[in-house]
Design a protein around this ligand. Sequence first.
Ligand code: GLN
Length: 339
Amino acid sequence: QAPTQHVAKAQLPNVCILATGGTIAGSAASNTQMTGYKAGAIGIQTLLNAVPEIHKVANVQGEQISNIGSESMTHEIWLKLAKRVNELLAKPDVDAVVITHGTDTLEETAYFLNLVTKSDKPVILIGAMHPATAISADGSVNILNAVNLAASKDAKGRGVMIAMNDVINGARDVQKTNTLRVDTFQSPELGYLGYFENGRPVFYKATTRKHTKDTEFDVSELKDLPRVDIIYSHVNDDGKMAEAAVANGAKGVVHAGTGNGSIHENAEAALYDAAKKGIVVVRAARVPNGPTIESTEAWDKAGFVHAGTLNPQKARILLQLGLTKTNDPAKIAEMFGKY
Ligand SMILES: NC(=O)CC[C@H](N)C(=O)O
């Protein structure tokens, strides 16, 4: 669809919407179909034309970055997106960026951008759980709330945010917690940042971890990210997956351990061997809640880093960015204490 023409109003903030795909742009054969649709079928203009109310709060411009199911997100699209976000936010006449995204990896893209965006202007991610063609499609209200948040003076300097289902989540702590429900995005550990009250964003807390312009990471010259594999532990784990990660050239490994980041005794040797070869090993947990903390086991003495409250997929991102700076586990551990 062609953009509907709206005259820019000087008194309104300028918000760029970058579309990457997902259910929010999903199209199904009937309006009762909630799964089995094609994600990333509808272009950004069609999405925006469905929510004309956004033009009352901001001058909005849409741009298509990709149109994929986010389960197929790549480093290439991440870097393109991050570079575009930084380019846009560096312009004095751009006030905020909203990104539409599939929900499957939304938390990962949000945390990645939380660490590499070089601006304190608002960056907000949204998706949907019901396709755009469904009864009670949730995408339209999420777009409206996101633009309200983008236009809000309160939104600056809070890190990348997720605006879905009438709540505001912070990129670091948010997780997709349910495969189907519209209230899937939660921060079960540390809570929401705020609510949309009649569409107006109201903040109740802020993160204490460094983000956006206060991080040391810079993607402007990067062509790819270091390989980091996640290894999911289980009964009878024998370390073969860790060996495979090393053989495949991983520069880092996140071990999604049982309990508080525990490692099967039959898998330890493979991970010690990886660490001896200079591969940074991070201990995270497959348990959805609670931090992975330091350990009195030989693990810490071998230089394994503990992930705190970052889940394995987020620990992977911080480790990847950390590895663009250093492969000293002590320095990477400091980053896990900071971000
Ligand atoms: N609700 C969704 O967005 C899921 C659709 C698709 N798997 C994606 O993540 O893009």
